[in-house]
Design a protein around this ligand. Structure first.
Ligand SMILES: Cc1cc2nc3c(=O)[nH]c(=O)nc-3n(C[C@H](O)[C@H](O)[C@H](O)COP(=O)(O)O)c2cc1C
Length: 390
């Protein structure tokens, strides 16, 4: 049977406004990870929607070189997807207008999931939807500007501040009313940070509540079978995959196969992994305008993810974590036991951020009321200045 036929597909294509994504899989935006180089590696393996690293609306409006690099796409990348973070409706509106008027993206996601204390302390990220009117105004500004150019806006959020201050159902209903094209839920609260396991039941509840736009589930998809399980348990319309693909861009091949009802999975031996690392290095350097040092420094953090479970000694791992030239990278990769087979489940499973629960820092009195005061609004604008994503 044709593996693409609708009878074997587990889900229909994902519709995000005017966009149709055949494989209902989204690469989660990850600051410091999902740049054009990494997205290219991932895209080469499977279908899906590949979101860029988060960019702050203020940096975009100010046209900082780094913000423009973050939203740049390879010429063959389609659809071009970006994620914007912001706390001020006017700045968000201006940033989205700029992206739309200058034809810089085909899809805009909005970040309401960042749990990093320096952001939440000022009222941004995952704690922002608690202020219902402000959340509505921000989403409204983005949709207003993007819709003039038929660009869909989506919203990515967490469950809330903590279990006593959940926001996702309200916020998603608001977003739906304001015309967003899909909502994605990372099923943890800001207080959970990255600890424990994601609460997929919350995704199921969200799917029950939101009926006119797709609901995307996010959290703890480490392999294709997890994605199938999430769809089965929650009824979500698509999945968002973050840490699971770090060092495993071939996970997108597995995900595509799984959603097409096929059993095959990519199980790379060490030679293929080494080739991917090298290629990632080349793409990184190109991404940073041929700055070899910068490209290699950015590649370093990926090493332990790529090598998880493979027979590579501590000394070699350490030197890979310090490389500064492509030639050096080649030399070290050539010393690996390239005939080593796929190590099995050792190579899979959790990687990247974990961390323990914490009391989220919020501005004083933040949780006392869901209304916003002028004083808080002024303080919030500061939350935009320096954000590292998450
Ligand atoms: C290194 C890193 C950077 C992240 N940066 C962002 C970001 O810029 N925007 C965002 O919405 N989420 C960000 N996240 C959260 C992920 O998009 C995702 O929601 C989270 O990792 C849960 O999905 P997972 O269990 O598949 O990793 C980041 C996560 C990590 C690990």
């Amino acid at each position: 049977m044709d593996p693409m036929s609708s009878t074997t597909r587990l889900l229909p294509p994902l519709r995000i406004g005017p966009l149709e994504v055949d494989t209902p899989v989204v690469l989660a935006p990850m600051a410091g990870v999902t740049n054009a180089a990494f997205r290219r590696l991932c895209r080469e393996h499977g279908g899906g929607l590949y979101v860029a690293e988060m960019v702050t609306s203020r940096a975009l409006v100010e046209r900082t070189p780094e913000s423009l690099r973050i939203i740049a796409h390879d010429p063959d990348e389609t659809p071009r997807s970006v994620q914007v973070y912001g706390v001020d409706p006017a700045t968000i509106g201006a940033a989205v207008r700029m992206i739309a008027e200058e034809d810089r993206a085909d899809h805009i996601d909005m970040n309401f999931g960042c749990p990093v204390p320096k952001v939440t302390r000022k009222g941004g990220g995952a704690v922002l939807p608690w202020k219902r009117d402000l959340f509505k105004d921000i989403v409204r500004a983005a949709v207003r500007e993007a819709s003039k150019f038929d660009i869909p806006v989506t919203v990515k959020m967490r469950k809330g501040v903590d279990e006593d201050h959940l926001t996702y159902l309200d916020a998603a209903r608001t977003a739906e009313k304001e015309g967003v094209a899909a909502v994605a839920l990372h099923a943890r609260t800001a207080a959970d940070y990255y600890s424990g396991t994601a609460d997929w039941e919350a995704i199921a509840r969200l799917k029950d509540a939101i009926t006119t736009i797709p609901v995307l589930g996010n959290g703890d998809i480490w392999q294709a079978e997890d994605a199938l399980r999430m769809v089965e348990q929650t009824g979500c319309d698509g999945v968002v995959v973050g840490r699971g693909c770090m060092g495993r861009p071939w996970l997108f091949a597995d995900l595509q196969a799984a959603f097409e009802g096929r059993e095959e999975r990519v199980r790379p031996g060490l030679r293929i992994v080494a080739d991917a690392i090298y290629r990632h290095g080349e793409l990184m350097i190109r991404h940073f305008d041929d700055d070899e040092d910068k490209g290699m420094r950015e590649l370093r953090k990926h090493m332990s993810w790529y090598l998880k479970g493979y027979p590579v000694g501590g000394e070699t791992r350490r030197s890979l974590g310090l490389i500064s030239t492509l030639a050096e990278l080649r030399e070290i990769l050539d010393t690996l036991d390239l005939a080593a087979d796929y190590p099995g489940t050792e190579a899979e499973g959790p990687r990247g951020r974990q961390g323990s629960p914490r009391v989220p820092s919020c501005p004083d009195g933040w949780l006392d009321t869901q209304d916003i005061t002028p004083d808080l609004e002024a303080r919030l604008r500061e939350a935009e200045l320096s954000v590292s994503g998450g």
